[in-house]
Design a protein around this ligand. Structure first.
Ligand SMILES: [Ca+2]
Ligand SMILES: [Ca+2]
Ligand SMILES: [Ca+2]
Ligand SMILES: [Zn+2]
Length: 408
C-alpha cells in the first residue's frame, strides 16, 4: 500500500450509479469502518462523484455498479488494482477500481439478508480485502472465499484476513521508498483496538463457560475507576448497555512490564470474556499508542486480582490476547484454575490493591447487610448482593499475592 491521496491512503469516488443509492453508500461506509476498526486501513470516499463507471488506470479510484461495463456472469463484485515500484523493490498499489453487479438482487442492510438476496455489505468487505492486497482463500465460509451464498452475510473480518491485513499494512507503514510516501495507518477513526479475552472467577459458571450478567441495570453508565486506587479519569460511558455485559474492567497498555501505563482505557466485559468498546464493538480502542508496536496489557477489576500479560503483543491484534490461559500471564499463580480447565482472575481483592488479605475482608465486612440490588465492591460474585457467597469466594483466595507489576 502507499500514500495515494496525500492523506496517507486511498480515496474512492462513487460513480453516479452509486451516488444516487443511499443504501448502497451506507453499506460501503459501514464496510470501510469495519476495516478501519479492525486493521487501521486508510481508505475513504471523496465527496465528489465521478461520471466514470468502468475500471481503467485513469487516476480515479471508482466504486461503481457495472451498468456500462458488465461483469462476467455470476460475478458479484470485482476489484482491479494497478501497481508501481518502490525504490526498495516492493510494489505498491497506485489505483483501485471496484465494480458491483447489477444482475443480482442486493440486500443493502444493515438488516439480515433475505434468503433470495445477496448481501452488498459482505461483498464490499470482501472487495476491500482485495483492495488492501489480499487474494482468495479456499476455506468455505471465510471472508476471502471467492463466492457468497444467497441469504448469508459475512460482514466481519475473520482472523485469517485480519492477520494478512496486519502484515501488509505494518509493512506498508515502513519507509519503502514508494512514490508519494508511506501508507499511514488510520488510527483516528476507531482507535488501535486490543482484542482481549478474560474471565472473572466470581461470576464465572464452569458449566456454561460464561460469566453471569446479573449486574445488568445496576452497572453504571460511566466507568467506575475514577477513585482510589485507580484514579482513572477517562470519560468512557455507554448509552445502551451492550448485550450480555458482565461488568466494567480497566485495561492498561505498557511499553515495559513494570513501567507506567502509556494509556489506560475502561472497557466492558462481555459474559464470554470478550472485551468491548462502550459502543459494543469488539476490542479496546486505545488512541495514544503507536500502531503495530508491542505492548504489555494489564487488566484490572473492582474486586478481582489484576493480571498482566507475559509478553508484549503487537496492536492492533487479530487473535485475542487470552487471559483465560495461564501461559499468557506474567508470574506464577496469578490466575485461578477453574474446574473446566480455564483460568480466571482471582476473586476477592475487594480493595483492588493486588494482594488478597484481611484488609479485603474488612471492606467486605463493612458492606455485608447493605440493601440489595446495588453495585458494590464487596459483591465479588457480581449478583447485586453482599452475602456469605462473596465471603466464600474470598476465603480460599486469601493470601494470594499479585506480582509487583500490578500492585498498588
Ligand atoms: Ca480508475
Ligand atoms: Ca487487597
Ligand atoms: Ca454477591
Ligand atoms: Zn474476491
Amino acid at each position: 500500500m502507499g500514500n495515494d491521496n496525500t492523506a496517507g491512503g486511498y480515496s474512492f469516488r462513487y460513480s453516479t450509479t452509486i451516488s444516487s443509492n443511499t443504501a448502497a453508500k451506507n453499506a460501503i461506509q459501514r464496510a470501510l469502518q469495519t476495516w478501519r476498526c479492525a486493521a487501521l486501513i486508510n481508505m475513504i470516499t471523496a465527496a465528489t462523484p465521478t461520471e466514470t463507471t468502468c475500471a481503467a488506470n485513469d487516476n480515479i479510484n471508482i466504486l461503481s455498479f457495472d451498468n456500462n461495463c458488465t461483469l462476467p456472469v455470476g460475478t458479484l463484485g470485482q476489484t482491479t488494482r494497478w501497481y508501481s515500484s518502490c525504490t526498495n523493490g516492493d510494489k505498491y498499489i497506485i489505483e483501485i477500481d471496484m465494480l458491483f453487479s447489477t444482475a443480482v438482487t442486493w440486500n443493502y442492510g444493515p438488516g439480515a439478508t433475505p434468503a433470495a438476496n445477496k448481501d452488498f455489505e459482505s461483498i464490499v468487505v470482501h472487495e476491500l480485502g482485495h483492495a488492501n492486497g489480499q487474494g482468495h482463500v479456499l476455506d468455505y465460509g471465510k471472508l476471502m472465499y471467492p463466492s457468497l451464498v444467497s441469504g448469508v452475510d459475512i460482514r466481519q473480518i475473520d482472523d485469517d484476513a485480519l492477520t494478512c491485513a496486519h502484515i501488509a499494512l505494518a509493512h506498508s507503514a515502513q519507509n519503502n521508498g514508494c512514490t508519494g510516501g508511506s501508507y499511514q495507518p488510520n488510527t483516528s477513526a476507531c482507535g488501535i483496538r486490543a482484542r482481549i479475552k478474560v474471565f472473572l472467577q466470581g461470576p464465572y459458571n464452569t458449566t456454561t463457560g460464561l460469566m453471569s450478567t446479573t449486574l445488568g441495570s445496576v452497572i453504571p453508565t460511566a466507568q467506575p475507576f475514577n477513585r482510589v486506587p485507580w484514579l482513572y479519569t477517562g470519560t468512557e460511558t455507554f448509552s445502551a448497555l451492550p448485550t450480555n455485559t458482565t461488568d466494567w474492567v480497566l485495561v492498561e497498555a505498557r511499553s515495559t512490564l513494570n513501567g507506567a501505563p502509556i494509556e489506560r482505557r475502561a472497557a466492558l466485559l462481555r459474559n464470554d470474556g470478550t472485551l468491548l468498546a462502550t459502543d459494543g464493538a469488539i476490542g479496546v480502542p486505545f488512541t495514544d499508542l503507536n500502531p503495530y508496536m508491542p505492548y504489555y496489557i494489564a487488566i484490572r477489576h473492582r474486586n478481582h486480582l489484576a493480571a498482566i500479560s507475559k509478553n508484549a503483543i503487537t496492536l492492533p491484534n487479530a487473535a485475542a490476547l487470552d487471559f483465560t490461559q495461564a501461559a499468557n500471564i506474567h508470574g506464577s499463580n496469578q490466575v485461578a484454575l477453574m474446574s473446566n480447565g480455564k483460568y480466571a482472575l482471582y476473586s476477592g481483592d475487594f480493595i483492588a490493591n493486588g494482594i488478597i488479605n484481611i484488609s479485603d475482608y474488612n471492606l467486605y465486612a463493612t458492606q455485608i447487610g447493605s440493601a440489595p440490588n446495588q453495585y458494590l465492591d464487596g459483591d465479588c460474585n457480581l449478583d447485586r448482593n453482599i452475602t456469605i457467597a462473596d465471603f466464600n469466594q474470598y476465603r480460599p483466595n486469601a493470601a494470594v499475592i499479585g506480582v509487583n507489576e500490578i500492585r498498588y
